[in-house]
Design a protein around this ligand. Structure first.
Ligand code: HSE
Length: 403
């Protein structure tokens, strides 16, 4: 019997306990031993809950219990998660986490400490919920370098954008409805401003480059400025608007960004709707690979955490090394990255002539809206676009095109 502990009994933590209980026999067969949750660390009490007798408020009850070999961290954030996880690893306990903030900020250090202490630090659930993406990048795509990775990595924003698209509604209206249904947090900033996706693409890019990418180096733009009118044009162009997190090699440099993009029907990401996530990788020989599934939610995320627990259980006294080095991976300034842009401007005399003079070959786009006009530019660097856009008066929206 393997004894485990859960730190953080929220949505994911309680999901992990549920999966371990409901799939008890299957998990035991896979792990070659039964896995039991002995302790649950949380600030709250849970009267009437099956874990009520296991609740502790003191990390020492986990750290000082030699029977507990695996710790599941589902607290989120870095304080106190980083301190608690570090102390568990230093005590030789394997840690399995769903916490992308923790992995993005402290991944290589915790991975090294796990190696030094002959235990595991596993984090499959930190990106893409139930989608296996961490191990494929670390263990499978090793013969052909990944040149680009991009995806819809945030379920909340994808749900909001899908509803805006289907209902022709504005951002604020859909956000409120999503909050009422529990699909969006009361404080939605991390999701809607792209910070969650930013941590996730930092982790994926670190795995691809095998070096530490600082999430602070990643240009990040959210979806809160996207309007119903933008979707009218998107439809007219056969596109959808998606929050895309991506990194890619261009002219020998790695670029990374999170921003709303117009995605055409030809892209597999076009079909990724609601809370689903989709991730595309591209290699020279392997071509394009697509990973798709539930990127958020209790059950799917809990399944990924429990799979990590099973992996740790299968390797007592050993490190399952899913890691990148502590060396810094430079991310190039976004100013050099090239995209085509969709631009909406107030309709004033000569505005499209002015746009043509600035951007060269533009494609004028009609969508039946009055008082404004719109156009699409050719590929242009971010710096160049920003300088030219500043000279054009009355810009209403600017959105990059996925290519
Ligand atoms: N807030 C995240 C999302 C949860 O909406 O995707 C999963 O990391």
């Amino acid at each position: 019997m393997i004894q485990a502990a859960v730190m953080g009994y929220g949505t994911i933590g309680s999901g992990v306990v549920e999966v371990l209980e409901k799939n008890r026999e299957y998990v035991a067969k896979e792990a070659k031993e039964e896995i039991r949750v002995k302790r649950v660390l949380d600030l709250r009490e849970f009267p009437g809950d099956p874990v009520q007798d296991k609740i502790t408020h003191d990390i020492a009850d986990i750290l000082e219990d030699p029977e507990i070999r695996i710790v599941i961290e589902t607290m989120g954030g870095t304080k106190p998660a980083y301190d608690f996880v570090k102390r568990c690893i230093l005590a030789g306990k394997s840690v399995c986490t769903s916490n992308k903030e923790l992995v993005a900020a402290y991944g290589p250090e915790l991975q090294r400490l796990a190696r030094e202490n002959h235990c595991c630090f596993l984090y499959e659930a930190s990106v893409g919920g139930g989608i296996p993406i961490i191990r494929p990048l670390a263990k499978c795509l090793t013969s052909d370098p990944v040149r680009s990775i991009k995806g819809i990595l945030n379920g909340t924003t994808n749900y909001i954008l899908t509803r805006m698209d289907k209902e022709g509604a504005d951002f604020d209206e859909v956000l409120k409805a999503a909050q009422a249904l529990g699909y969006a947090e009361k404080n939605p900033t991390a999701d809607v401003e792209g910070y969650d996706a930013c941590r996730k693409i930092a982790i994926l890019t670190s795995l691809v480059c095998r070096k530490q990418v600082n999430y602070e180096d990643i240009y990040t733009e959210g979806i809160s400025k996207i309007t119903a009118a933008d979707f009218v044009y998107a439809k007219a162009m056969g596109c959808r608007i998606k929050l895309i997190a991506q990194s890619f090699l261009q002219d020998g440099c790695w670029y990374a960004l999170v921003a709303p993009f117009l995605v055409s029907e030809e892209s597999p990401l076009y079909a990724v709707q609601d809370v689903f996530n989709g991730i595309l990788t591209k290699g020279d020989f392997n071509g394009e690979l697509m990973f798709y599934g539930r990127g958020a939610g209790k059950e799917a995320t809990a399944c990924a955490v429990v799979a990590d627990v099973i992996d740790a259980a299968r390797h007592p006294g050993h490190t399952v090394n899913i890691a990148w080095s502590e060396e810094h991976q430079e991310i190039a300034n976004i100013g050099g990255a090239r995209f085509s842009w969709f631009v909406r401007v107030k309709d004033t005399p000569g505005i499209l002539e002015e746009a043509k003079k600035l951007f060269g070959n533009i494609q004028v786009q009609e969508a039946g809206l009055t008082g404004e006009c719109a156009f699409v530019t050719g590929p242009i660097s971010e710096n160049d676009f920003a300088a030219k856009a500043e000279k054009l008066s009355g810009i209403l929206t600017r959105i990059r095109f996925d290519q």
